[in-house]
Design a protein around this ligand. Structure first.
Ligand code: EPZ
Length: 431
């Protein structure tokens, strides 16, 4: 298994091109199941999770064609055409779903289009048990019959889905997206209340609109969908990855360098920018309307800053581990509260091994900034935890060796190349 070796202590300076958003791209790809025509997606990131979903969609009979890339670096901003002319199989097997929980996103589109779907239950993962009950209750409200057997969800709606009002008891990004996709082909009107407002949900809704769906309330917590008998093909560009932007902003901040993040827009980063500015970072819009960019630097010390994760527009849970790495070298203490996932502090023991002073009690972590971190062999159990260790390694004295790099490959496109181009002493050790 590959490892990443970092020798810390170099302030990063230079430019990083931001990739398309993984958590938007996966849903847009699942939306291809809703039509027999071609959905062409551009600005797709080159990531392990995208490849996993390609395999699953091929299992369902989707013809997937890679049409090259927009950029000049081969795998930057890939263009993918997906055509689900016929659904060959409505089963999403355990072997693929276990690799990636987002596979559950094929459930809504399949049952809406085919009247039946059989999808393996994803099971728990490193950041918590992560049930899918809201997805299933929502589909039942649209008239699907759901049974659970042998680790699979069987959904059946032989006469199609029917619109209904679904009020989510709490915000779920995935359940909102599954129901949104299903509702586009249901009979009549569906209203999704307390819907997730994450920008990736809006990106999906805009893509569905381009495919002919009738959706009102995009960007709000009340989505109103008028079902259509069929959707059609479309060309759609995946939004930039706001979590990748936040991660590289943290890299500039933790190393005390200056990074220009090409393709980054402040629009979806309100809470992240607010926290980072309180923490002593400077973030300026330096691009043009055609070529947006954010430039991030840290003129003084990192300042201890309290953070609570919340559904959008609050501070994203997917930035919690990175901000904790930054706070671990801050001047002063900070309190971090994780409200979305039960078990998203797997990076804490590893950061402590690098010299961080962090105490966790329930969902609250108190981070007392230390003058310096020290390199160490570390490993992590999920994507954002792994990248927080990369950030810590960039500023730590000496060598940090990160194992289980496959977590990083799920969500960060060519991370070591992007960081090395800005001066980081980072390399991938194969094997
Ligand atoms: C999405 O996961 C993202 N994944 C996550 O990013 C992200 O952390 C999360 O949204 C929150 O922003 C993708 O987009 C592929 P949820 P999702 O449903 O949709 C509970 C990353 O690092 N819940 O909003 O699975 C759930 O356990 C990943 O890129 C139920 O109880 O998240 C969690 O505590 C990790 N029942 C909370 O709700 C359900 O039916 C929010 O989960 C659904 C969710």
């Amino acid at each position: 298994m590959d490892r990443i070796r970092i020798v810390g202590g170099v302030p990063l300076n230079g430019s990083i091109r931001i990739s398309g958003a993984k958590n938007a791209a996966l849903k847009l790809m699942a939306a291809s199941l809703l039509t027999d025509q071609t959905l062409t997606l551009s600005n797709l990131p080159h990531l392990a999770d995208i490849t996993t979903l390609i395999h699953l969609l091929q299992e369902h009979g989707v013809a997937v064609v890679m049409n090259g890339a927009e950029g000049d670096e081969g795998h930057v901003g890939r263009v993918l055409s997906l055509k689900a002319a016929d659904i060959a199989s409505t089963t999403a097997p355990y072997d693929i779903v276990r690799k990636m929980r987002a596979s559950i996103l094929v459930l809504g589109p399949l049952v809406a289009r085919c009247g039946t779907a059989r999808v393996s239950l994803p099971g728990g993962c490193a950041i918590g048990p992560r049930p899918v009950d809201l997805h299933l209750q929502g589909l039942e409200a649209l008239g699907a019959e759901i049974t659970l057997a042998d680790g699979y969800v069987d959904a059946s709606a032989p006469r199609g889905l029917t619109g209904a009002t679904v009020r989510f008891p709490f915000v779920s990004v995935g359940a909102t997206e599954n129901l949104l996709m299903a509702a586009t082909l249901a009979k009549g009107e569906t209203v999704l209340e307390n819907a997730a407002r994450e920008p990736e949900v809006a990106d999906l809704a805009h893509c569905l609109q381009a495919m002919g769906a009738d959706i009102g309330g995009i960007g709000t917590d009340r989505l109103v969908i008028q079902g259509k008998p069929a959707l059609h093909g479309a060309d759609y560009r995946v939004m930039p990855d706001r979590i990748e932007i936040g991660t590289y902003a943290a890299a500039a901040g933790i190393t005390g360098g200056t990074l220009e993040l090409q393709g980054a827009e402040a629009e979806h980063l309100g809470a992240v920018i607010e926290v980072m500015e309180r923490a002593g970072l400077e973030i300026a819009e330096t691009g043009t309307a055609a070529k947006p960019a954010l430039t991030v630097s840290r003129p003084g010390k990192v300042i201890g800053t309290d953070v609570t994760t919340q559904p959008y527009p609050g501070f994203p849970t997917d930035m919690q581990a990175q901000i904790m790495a930054l706070m671990s070298v801050a001047d002063g203490a900070s309190t971090i509260v994780e409200t979305i996932f039960e078990n998203r502090y797997m990076h804490v023991p590893e950061l402590i091994r690098m010299g961080a002073d962090i105490t966790v009690s329930g969902s609250t972590a108190v981070v007392r900034g230390v003058p310096a971190l020290k390199g160490a062999p570390v490993m992590a159990t999920d994507l954002r935890a792994s990248v927080s260790l990369v950030l810590a390694g960039l500023v730590a004295e000496g060598e940090t060796l990160i194992s289980r790099v496959y977590h990083l490959d799920r969500g960060y496109e060519r991370i070591e190349d992007k960081l090395a181009a800005c001066g980081a002493r980072i390399e991938r050790l194969k094997g």
